[in-house]
Design a protein around this ligand. Structure first.
Ligand SMILES: [Zn+2]
Length: 261
């Protein structure tokens, strides 16, 4: 004989001293188990995941949810089948990660927030706010900083023109409950890191080319101050700002990008 969860309510506390976070979290996922206790052990994981998201949204800028303490408040279950051979269904490996839907252009993650979850696009698309060509279509993953402990988000990611539904996975929890899915998300997140590195490489090459052009333009400008280089400079928006010490400044910028790799 087995049971299915109807609804369970948990209170989740953050152990960070002075943190007021202590919400009631309702879990209604379709979880089945041989006993109510089996169901509870899955439900509490979902409650914790949801608490991470909620806490991240409220206090993510100051600290991450510290070893959450989850207490069950209530739970109701449905008994399934009465035959002795009723299958014992472990918590179905259905995606139990909390999801959220965003309006077009709405921020999904913000640079500097503490990174606890890896984000998978379930519907619609998302992209880097500053570099729109770095886009994530349905099924792809971003938020790789969450792979590492105590890292913050590295970029602003917003919902695409048709909006987005995002699933938030805590990889550490997921590797226990669904290692195959955890592995998949890990690989995709690593791929994303390489895309970002490639983009930075292209970007630094572009900067280097601009520096060389500027140097060449300056060399030409000195002997004969013609209007032609000026017109060129106006076409590129970043150049006027760099007029004072263009070469030195640009070089530093390029070096920094290179070091980060
Ligand atoms: Zn807290």
């Amino acid at each position: 004989m087995s049971y299915r969860l109807k609804e369970a309510v948990f209170k989740v506390r953050c152990r960070e001293p002075g943190c007021p976070f202590f919400p009631e979290i309702v879990v209604k996922e379709n979880i089945m188990g041989a006993t109510e206790a089996d169901i509870d052990s899955e439900a509490v994981k979902i409650a914790r995941n949801m608490a991470y998201i909620k806490h991240d949204a409220l206090y993510g800028r100051t600290h991450a949810l510290a070893s959450p303490e989850a207490t069950k408040v209530t739970g109701s279950y449905v008994q399934l089948g009465t035959g002795p051979a009723a299958p014992v269904v472990a918590a179905a490996p259905v995606s139990t990660a909390p999801t959220r839907t965003y309006k077009p252009g709405e921020a999904i993650i913000r640079k500097g927030e503490s990174a606890v979850t890896v984000c998978e696009v379930v519907r619609g698309s998302a992209h880097n706010e500053k570099i729109p060509e770095m886009a994530y279509k349905t099924g792809s993953t971003f938020g790789a900083a969450a792979i590492f402990r105590h890292k913050n988000r590295l970029a602003d990611i917003v919902a695409g023109p048709e909006g987005a539904t995002i699933a938030f996975y805590n990889l550490r929890d997921l590797s226990r409950t669904n290692p195959a899915k955890a592995r998949e998300l890990y690989d995709e997140a690593m791929e994303d890191i390489f895309h970002v590195v490639e983009h930075l490489e292209d970007y630094s090459e572009t900067l280097e080319r601009q520096v060389k052009k500027l140097q060449a333009a300056q060399a030409v400008r000195k002997p004969t101050p013609k209007p032609a280089p000026k017109a060129k400079a106006r076409a590129k928006p970043k150049k006027p700002a760099a007029k004072k010490k263009p070469v030195a400044k640009k070089k530093i910028a390029v070096k920094k990008k290179t070091k980060k790799r």
